[in-house]
Design a protein around this ligand. Structure first.
Ligand code: G4P
Length: 528
């Protein structure tokens, strides 16, 4: 197969959802279609179970599972589909944001009863900002829930999306009869008694045909005709270009648990979802079909064995072909590296591979060379853009509680930050270290891992910060900037890349600061 054929086979996406909407269940059904797993229950849920004995022990357990579910690949209709795992728990939101830098499209899962929820809003916003094409799957149609039209309104309003249904439900909950597949013009009748097998569909080319009445009864048939008329009148026709540019989101209905409506979703996905896309660098745009390999690190996973500090760096291949035992260029470190045992991921295992193509994710064993956002190339010196850090939500001073272990602590913090567990800021004024996290849970994780993996002890001190603002200045010799640095010196810090950050204590402070220093721009993300 040629390079272009290999690349065009690939579809790499992430499923985003609020916890409990059915992401794990849907993933599992998709894998069943691909024949990648044999039975339901094979995909372990990586979510934090309610009532877990201890949150951070639970997270430790999760780390094991999450290596296994980081990338789930399967083949379907001649395509190679890579599903990237995206934690739904809000304390891991940053992980999910970063994973979204490596997907070419996304499926948004929504619970029909709960509608659009908080985490969905945040994650869809990230996809919207990046113009990632999205499909929407309304799940749990076997349960009572919101009216389909109301839900479409909610999706448009709360998520800022522009939708067009490609399937439509017939009834809901106790009266759920099935779905009409607008994309393929057929009906799938819901029986609800076989969760493994996929039911047959009946082709209905003409909705006026009496076959429809025979199939679902005249009342349901009439109702469906009326609703589909309305759908036709209200929503735009599906348009591939609009979908690809992130301006139109097709919607599907179904029940993941009952494996119902999933085939419709998957078939449409295979038809319309994007193949690997071009990506911007600081020099130029890199096209997937370029002969030379390039890729970037979007996730780093520490090994579960604390005695061996080896890690797995997840690399999204952006262009060309990656080969085992070949020299590649680590741009940030300016050095050449080769990899003897790169891993590829399948639904139920990871394996050492000889080659891999644009669109794929590979896992590289690492002893501390990689950091999230790093670029690997075949020699060219460019760095991929669009892998920013976001402002953390929580901030605390971190103190060394065992002065004999200062070196271990420094190394530990450095490596945990490279992994992206949290962000480190160093105060300009006195070099004190601040740890910023998305969720309060991470503080326990850091403390625990520093102690168990690096024999270092720490404690924390509160530090009241509302947001970290990355500072952009037009002229760093200007009087205004000097004045800004003088007035704000107690709140200025450097991030890991030595970028200047203003730690603002309130939204009001940010506003005031912007008003007072108009030539200085404050950003909530590290890339601008
Ligand atoms: P998540 O990964 O998005 O967090 O959700 P997950 O798939 O774990 O699903 C959350 C709960 O919703 C699970 O029940 C799951 O069985 C249920 N579920 C998923 N899809 C459907 C559906 O189409 N219909 C119905 N009725 N339920 C669905 P649970 O009781 O929380 O977990 P479990 O003990 O069954 O695993």
């Amino acid at each position: 197969m040629s390079l272009v054929q290999e690349i065009n086979k690939r579809k790499t996406f992430g499923i985003i959802a609020h916890p409990d909407a059915g992401k794990t269940t849907l993933t599992e059904k998709l894998l069943l279609f691909g024949g990648a797993i044999q039975e339901a229950g094979a995909v372990k849920s990586n979510k934090i179970k309610k009532g877990a004995t201890s949150d951070f022990m639970e997270i430790e357990r999760q780390r094991g599972i999450s290596v296994a579910t980081s990338v789930l690949a399967f083949e379907y209709k001649g395509k190679k589909i890579n599903i990237l795992d995206t934690p739904g728990h809000k304390d891991f939101a940053e992980d999910t944001f970063r994973t979204l830098t490596a997907v070419d499209s996304a499926i948004v899962v929504i619970d029909v009863a709960k509608g659009v929820e908080e985490q969905t809003i945040k994650l869809v916003e990230v996809c919207r900002m990046r113009k990632i094409p999205m499909l929407v799957f309304i799940n749990k149609m076997d349960r009572e829930g919101k009216d389909a039209f109301d839900l479409m309104d909610e999706v448009e309003q709360k998520l800022g999306l522009s939708v067009t249904p490609l399937s439509w439900p017939i009834g809901i909950g106790a009266t759920f009869k099935g779905i009409y597949n607008i994309w393929e013009k057929n009906i799938n009748i819901f029986s609800g008694d076989n969760k493994q097998k996929v039911s047959e569909t009946t082709q209905i080319e003409d909705l006026q045909s009496p076959d429809l009445d025979t199939l679902i009864g005249s009342d349901y048939a009439d109702n469906l005709r009326t609703e589909l008329d309305l759908v036709n009148g209200v929503y735009p026709d599906f348009d591939q270009d609009e979908y690809m540019s992130g301006n139109l989101q097709p919607v599907f209905f179904g029940s993941a648990l009952n494996n119902f409506g999933v085939r419709e979703l998957l078939n449409a996905f295979v038809d319309i979802a994007p193949t690997p896309q071009a990506k911007e660098t600081d020099l130029r745009v890199v096209e997937p079909y370029e002969n030379k390999f390039s890729g970037f690190v979007f996730k780093i996973h520490a090994n579960m064995d604390p005695k061996h500090r080896d890690r797995l760096a997840f690399v999204k291949i952006v262009s060309g072909k990656f080969e085992r035992n070949t020299n590649y260029f680590h741009v940030r470190q300016g050095k050449s590296m080769k990899f003897a045992s790169p891993n590829a991921f399948f639904a139920d295992k990871k394996e050492v591979i000889d080659e891999s193509f644009a669109g794929d994710i590979i896992g590289l064993h690492d002893t501390g060379n990689f950091r999230i956002g790093d670029t690997l190339t075949a020699g060219e010196k460019f760095t991929f853009k669009g892998i920013p850090a976001f402002s953390p939500e929580h901030f605390r001073y971190i103190n060394n509680a065992d002065p004999m272990k200062a070196k271990q602590l420094e190394k530990g913090i450095d490596q945990l930050m490279d992994e992206g567990v949290a962000q480190l800021f160093t105060m300009e004024m006195n070099n004190r270290k601040i740890i910023g996290t998305v969720g309060a849970l991470q503080y326990e994780v850091i403390q625990y891992r520093l102690e168990h993996e690096y024999s270092a002890k720490v404690n924390y001190e509160p530090f009241s910060v509302h947001k970290a603002c990355w500072v952009e200045v037009e002229d760093d010799n200007s009087e205004e900037f000097k004045e800004f640095k003088r007035v704000k010196q107690r709140y200025l810090a450097r991030d890991k890349y030595n970028q200047l950050v203003f730690l603002a204590d309130s939204a009001f402070t940010i506003q005031m600061t912007q008003d007072k220093f108009p030539s200085i721009k404050l950003h909530f993300v590290s890339e601008f």
